[in-house]
Design a protein around this ligand. Structure first.
Ligand code: NHR
Ligand code: GAR
Length: 188
């Protein structure tokens, strides 16, 4: 199960790797569905083209984070997933949600955690004068961006880098380490 909010390039990387590496035969695993909190998330079209079930649950239609998360849990549990993968999913999840999927909830964050938790990581890394940046796959816990680190990759920050240029460099690494981390999780 993959949750997205936007482009879904990490989701697409996982879907492509699952096909290329034949996860169905080798890991008895497939992407059960792709859910988004935004109806206009670009990644939904890609998932549909791949024949994957998709769904939209608009957080703005709910009175509280708890109500949104309860509905999201119900949707997810309909697929009985072994693993829930956040891939550019932009809603903070409640402690109840996190507890429900404890040990089977992964996220990719666009920084070398524990540095730069939260948002706007690339701009903040450039402004801090960092010489390296990167991305982190981590288990999701109730506290934001601090769950156990599963894998990381580093890239250089080059003179004159913009946040967009750095983000693109980091994203190529995300597309390598996230499918690898998911496969590793599913092989245990
Ligand atoms: N939920 C929990 N409980 N723990 C984590 O570690 C989580 C999480 C939900 C999402 C991804 C995370 C990231 O990789 C993630 C980790 C969104 C926000 C945020 O502030 C922060 C961190 C992450 C994702 N979201 C705003 C909110 O009010 C909305 C921002 C927007 O819509 O653009 O939920 O960076
Ligand atoms: C990725 O860089 C991901 O690490 C980051 O957003 C991008 C999503 O791209 N995630 C967050 O910032 C979570 N708060 P994608 O939709 O193309 O996978």
């Amino acid at each position: 199960m993959i949750l997205i909010s936007g482009t879904g390039s990490n989701m697409a990387a996982i879907v492509r790797t699952a096909v290329q590496q034949d996860w169905a035969a080798r890991l008895d695993a497939r992407v059960a569905a792709v859910l988004s909190n935004r109806a206009d998330a670009k990644g939904l079209a890609f998932a549909q083209e791949q024949g994957i079930a998709t769904g939209v649950l608009d957080h703005k239609a709910f009175d509280s984070r708890e109500a949104f998360d309860a509905a999201l849990m119900q949707r997810i549990d309909g697929y009985q997933p072994a693993l829930v993968v956040l891939a550019g999913f932009m809603r903070i999840l409640t402690p109840g949600f996190v507890a429900h999927y404890a040990g089977r909830l992964l996220n990719i964050h666009p920084s070398l955690l524990p540095a730069f938790t939260g948002l706007h990581t690339h701009q903040r890394a450039i402004e801090a004068g960092c010489k390296v940046a990167g991305c982190t796959v981590h288990q999701v816990t109730a506290q934001l961006d601090v769950g156990p680190i599963v894998d990381q990759a580093a890239v250089p920050i080059l003179p004159g880098d913009s946040a967009d240029r750095l983000a693109a460099r980091v994203l190529t690494q995300e597309h390598l380490i996230y499918p690898r981390a998911v496969a590793q999780f599913l092989s245990h």
